[in-house]
Design a protein around this ligand. Sequence first.
Ligand code: NAI
Ligand code: OAA
Length: 265
Amino acid sequence: MKIALIGCGAIGTSLLELVKDDAGIEIAAIVVPAFAADAARETAARLAPKAQVVEAVPAAGIELVVEAAGHAAIEQHVLPALERGLPAIVASVGALSAPGLPEQLEAAARKGGTQAQLIAGAIGAIDALAAARVGGLQSVRYTGRKPPHAWTGTPAEEGRDLAALTAETVIFEGSAREAARLFPKNANVAATVSLAGLGLDHTSVRLIADPGVSENVHQVEAEGAFGRFELTMRNQALAANPKTSALTVYSAVRALRGRVAPLVI
Ligand SMILES: NC(=O)C1=CN([C@@H]2O[C@H](COP(=O)(O)OP(=O)(O)OC[C@H]3O[C@@H](n4cnc5c(N)ncnc54)[C@H](O)[C@@H]3O)[C@@H](O)[C@H]2O)C=CC1
Ligand SMILES: O=C([O-])CC(=O)C(=O)O
């Protein structure tokens, strides 16, 4: 299967390393903005020698797009790819917090007769949550906890010195929609949990900068007709990006391999 990988940062590079010897998967294109093309070319030379580095998904020769680039890439690359009939695997799930974007994605996929798959990424139990929704959910709460340096470059820096924190500090409390909008590189999971469960406006989210943790800790508490569950993930971050859990890469690779495997779990 010929793939266009959108984004070649921490997730993209790690994904290329993992699938480079996979039979049945060929990275035919890597889509990045012009400023990132040289770095992507170096990575491609090492890990995906057949890939052309381009600024848009090529018009021909692609069978699937995999997005690991950031919120802007959904409108810029995923929507037009879906309209053209290319299926998409999407990591930047928080982009769907923009009003109207989920409907636009649905319309584009319908027009192209194809499908967008939102990956679970850094969180687990999305299958259980989405199944539980069928029977009815009463409450879903998500707590995201990361070391202070993982919150640099976000609104968490307003009015506080992250490096000086000595105790856990709640940096956001509100809806999943607001969390995903304000923390596009840190709260995709909040959007994923809400889209699988009670929706962007009815899922309570707390985000915490905690000098006492070294991992990215994600917790979900859900209650409904099915019963209840509490989930705690203690994820290792990628060396190349402390904001991003390694599990996000594994989740994208799992989704990708699932497209070519004869038996899927
Ligand atoms: N679903 C989940 O659990 C998670 C999702 N994510 C999403 O994955 C994204 C990528 O994460 P990382 O690889 O760690 O980030 P990164 O910053 O290391 O890499 C981003 C890459 O995308 C490229 N890029 C930026 N804007 C682009 C655009 N409009 N079109 C094409 N390429 C573009 C950059 O040049 C770079 O190569 C995050 O921004 C976030 O939205 C990240 C962590 C968890
Ligand atoms: O990778 C993680 O731990 C979670 C993350 O950044 C996000 O939800 O955007």
